[in-house]
Design a protein around this ligand. Sequence first.
Ligand code: FAD
Length: 546
Amino acid sequence: MKIVIVGGVAGGANVATRARRLSEEVEIVLLERGPNVSFANCGLPYHIGGEIADRKKLLVQTAEGLRQLFNIDVRELNEVIEIHRSKKCVSIRNLSSGEIYEETYDHLVLSTGATPLRPALPGIDLPGIFSLRDLADMDGIISWLDLKKAKTAVIAGGGFIGLEVAEQLHRRGLSVTVIDSNEQLLMPFDLEMSAPIAAEVREKINLILSDGVKEFTQSGDQLEVVTRKGEKLLGDIVILSIGVRPESELARVAGLELGERGCVVVDKFLQTSDPNIWAVGDSVELKHRVSGKAVNIALAGPANRGGRLIADNILGKRREFRGPLGTAIIRVFGLTAACTGLNERTCRIQDLPYKAIHLHPNSHAGYYPNAHPIALKLMFNPTSGQILGAQAVGEDGVDKRIDVLATAIAGGITVEELVDIDLCYAPPFGSAKDPVNLAGMIASNIQEELVETISWDGLSAVKGDVVLLDVRSKLERDKGMIPDSLHIPLPELRSRLNEIPKDQTVIAYCQSGQRSYNACRILLQNDVRCMNLSGAYKTWSAARIT
Ligand code: FAD
């Protein structure tokens, strides 16, 4: 049997090595257009900033290593230019010699990835405007920074790669501006969850939201970025990180089925519409594990795991890829943000029955030094208790909570079951009631109708018809409050119940939502209609400072 693999990085290299581990007999040809197979795309920003000092560390495996260790026929600088499905062969251009030749296959695997978007804006081809996809891009960026002794940078796009590069250029001592046409950074997150990241970014660099790049011009030695709103930003370098487009041209020309966004359609075995052709990674669309809708998730995890699964399936196992959750994480200066599953925006667009809760627990026991608050958000189906998605932001402990919740989603664990999930605890690491348990408790309280909640963005619709009740201390209130709210600190609530109008709904808030939940329980048992403001003042105020 002969397997030909197009693309030799995340997905492709995994297919090749797993196939060899399963069979010493199979012939494996790995074709890579670029000069390097199996490099660490995810590490590229960190070499630009110097955090990964040694460039060699980015070469996860070399062509020579793959040949020696795995007996794989690796051909770098070889580009597949056409698939001939009826003949079961591909045409390949050797980029060193220019020669075009053919290679037959029994099974063909496409792991061609995605290419950074480069819109046809005026001036886009000026020198000094870069994207970051591979080692050559990284080397080009570093050489330019050195050559120009760069002091300023403009980054178009505040997604994962844009922010990682921004952080690393700041680390190199550059003055950096990030511009994004959305009203928030990091679109996989909901606005109020990305807001703390925006605040953190603004402390270190210049951030422009709700404005996009219109054109680039040369201004002396520098590039001038003109925005749609007419701002002019000067930079010694510009990095474009405004998204990616699946590299699916080969598949399209070969007549394989493509989805609406031009991604290669694969089934649960990662087989394309041609049973001899498989596809994986950034160029495919898969069914989202929670929504079941087709999604294109350009992340390393699904590409690596999918590659392994394709090798299994070609070599006789019949494994199903259970679909991605889009679990992702980023460090932005002092903060970490992570997410899994669906965000609230998607729940709304897809008209799913959901409830969203916000909480602000500590990363570990508050009495132990260096505990930091985590802003945690959980979406769940209030009827079935199914967890739909989660997001978290904080200085510490974010990765652990989101990974536990991703595992819970994958395992079909309900919010009720989260209450009882047995997680490790000692004061330096967590709390006896871990944030994950607490999320389960809050969600279960809602399911059991012990309390109703309202989100920060639901407030404006009801304001005027409700009484907003601040149950925090005077000291906390003096530092900031929601306008037009009545103030009764929680310890005084039982003795001042006569001040609460009984003919109106009360929306209680404190700092994080815990004391206002207690207030709600008191009020509800005294025949006052009451709701708890989800995430309370912390979430409400975070959303207002984007
Ligand atoms: P790739 O790994 O991109 O490999 C595709 C390869 O196919 C390319 O090398 C290309 O040259 C080759 N190719 C394409 N067409 C042909 C052809 N016709 N013939 C021969 N070869 C061809 N993901 C995360 O989960 N976490 C992160 O922190 C993270 N950070 C990232 C940082 C950067 C800067 C980048 C660029 C990506 C990052 N990603 C991250 C995304 C992750 O790297 C991708 O999701 C993953 O590499 C996709 O794997 P793939 O095999 O589909 O494509």
